[in-house]
Design a protein around this ligand. Structure first.
Ligand code: ZN
Length: 182
């Protein structure tokens, strides 16, 4: 079992300040939202494995993966720097929080349902955390609806859509939240 400090040290070796920041932020979010109960694993910055997603949780390795575009808004060419000066901290923190929800669910029995976002456990976490963040949004599992041979998933009015679950909490923030830098 690798400890938090060992992992953080490894993160600093690979990603400098950004490596240190992401572990400190993980710890803060863990205490704030998960009673410190999540078990840490490697957190790395890199290119995405999943198209448009800004983060990814690989359960088998307890690995949280954050897109390096969060560090640098302009696509890096030959001069990639792991500089927190380029980081949107509010957005990076929200992406990390999202991946920590997956981590939490995986470490407490996993989920059953249609997708890793459209299931009872994820939706429960979204509702719990939305309240803590004061976002004023709520979620429920979105039912399949078959009409004219087409499968549709239509969220009930006033509940988060598939896309908003996929991008929780960042799709539910006011855009100005990411403009002022912390
Ligand atoms: Zn997700």
């Amino acid at each position: 079992m690798t400890t938090f400090l060992e992992l953080k040290e490894e993160g600093i070796k690979r990603f400098g300040e950004a490596g240190a920041w992401v572990y400190d932020e993980w710890k803060k979010l863990n205490d704030t939202f998960f009673h410190g109960n999540n078990k840490v694993g490697p957190i790395v910055w890199g290119l995405t494995m999943q198209g448009e997603s800004l983060g990814y949780y690989k359960a088998a390795e307890n690995l949280i993966y954050l897109h390096r575009h969060l560090l640098r808004p302009i696509y890096p060419r030959n001069d990639l720097t792991w500089d927190v000066g380029y980081m949107n901290k509010n957005l990076s923190s929200d992406v990390l929080l999202h991946e920590m929800i997956h981590q939490r669910i995986h470490q407490t029995g996993g989920w059953v349902g249609e997708t890793s976002h459209n299931n009872v456990r994820f939706v429960e976490e979204v509702n719990r955390i939305s309240k803590m963040l004061g976002l004023g949004v709520k979620a429920r599992v979105i039912e399949k609806n078959i009409s004219q041979d087409k499968v549709k998933r239509q969220a009930k009015p006033d509940y988060l859509t598939m896309r908003e679950l996929f991008y929780f909490p960042y799709a539910s923030r006011h855009s100005s939240y990411y403009q002022k830098e912390s």
